[in-house]
Design a protein. Structure first.
Length: 228
């Protein structure tokens, strides 16, 4: 299909992060601490971070191309996945075949609200990995095919000051292109028993009259009341 024929823009897709995603995006001293893919006793590939399996298996993504009656949320392995789930070049080939002009891709390993890093015990290391995730997702995955992906990052929900710094950091990298903070708390599943809900954060973007200047986002740790 020719680019001029493509009119579909998908704003709710997921990517399965490749096992080597951190290779180029975390300083050498932190490489031993990066999230890693481990095959468990049942032959299932799991992401592990700080000694625990992450809470977001990618089983549903392994059903791409399967008959509908075989769909399910069972855990999967990379060998079951369509390559376009984790290989950006194959993803764009699939998009071309399906007539999809552009996509916004949500995280899987990192969790729908950066849950993997929010639940980690060592928040210093978690922040390093969250920054590395954003660098990979925006500067490697999305940047591989400019114009085909809507760049999206995640923010450290446990620290509002760092929410602001991460947002501004990636806005500067992409100049006036917006950084979409993936999955605001109101859109995610409620926290587990005994835990406190994360703050509701309102994020806004605007572009100044200059084509290169960015007006920093407004970050408000307060609930947003619907009109009326």
């Amino acid at each position: 299909m020719q680019m001029d024929d493509m009119i579909l823009v998908s704003i709710d897709d997921h990517m399965i992060e490749p096992p080597d995603m951190y290779k180029n995006h975390v300083p050498a001293k932190w490489q031993d601490a990066v999230p890693k893919v481990v095959k468990n006793a049942n032959g299932v590939d799991e992401w592990h971070f700080q000694g625990s399996a992450t809470s977001t298996p990618f089983g549903m993504a392994a059903t791409v191309g399967w008959p509908r009656e075989e769909w399910g949320f069972n855990p999967g392995s990379y060998s079951e996945l369509r390559p376009g789930c984790f290989d950006v070049h194959e993803r764009v080939r699939d998009m071309n075949a399906n007539g999809v002009l552009a996509q916004m891709n949500f995280p899987t390993m990192a969790g729908f609200n950066a849950r993997t890093f929010t639940e980690a015990e060592d928040k210093e290391i978690a922040l390093v990995m969250l920054r590395g995730y954003n660098d990979w997702a925006i500067d490697e995955w999305a940047a591989a095919y400019p114009g085909r992906f809507i760049p999206q990052g995640i923010v450290p929900m446990w620290d509002l000051a760092n929410v602001a710094s991460q947002t501004v950091r990636k806005q500067r990298t992409w100049r006036h292109r917006p950084l979409a903070t993936a999955c605001m708390p109101a859109m995610t599943a409620p926290p587990g028993p005994g835990s406190s809900p994360p703050p509701t954060i309102q994020v806004g973007w605007s572009r100044s009259a200059s084509s290169t200047a960015v007006v920093p986002p407004s970050l408000m740790p307060a609930p947003v009341t619907p009109p009326g």
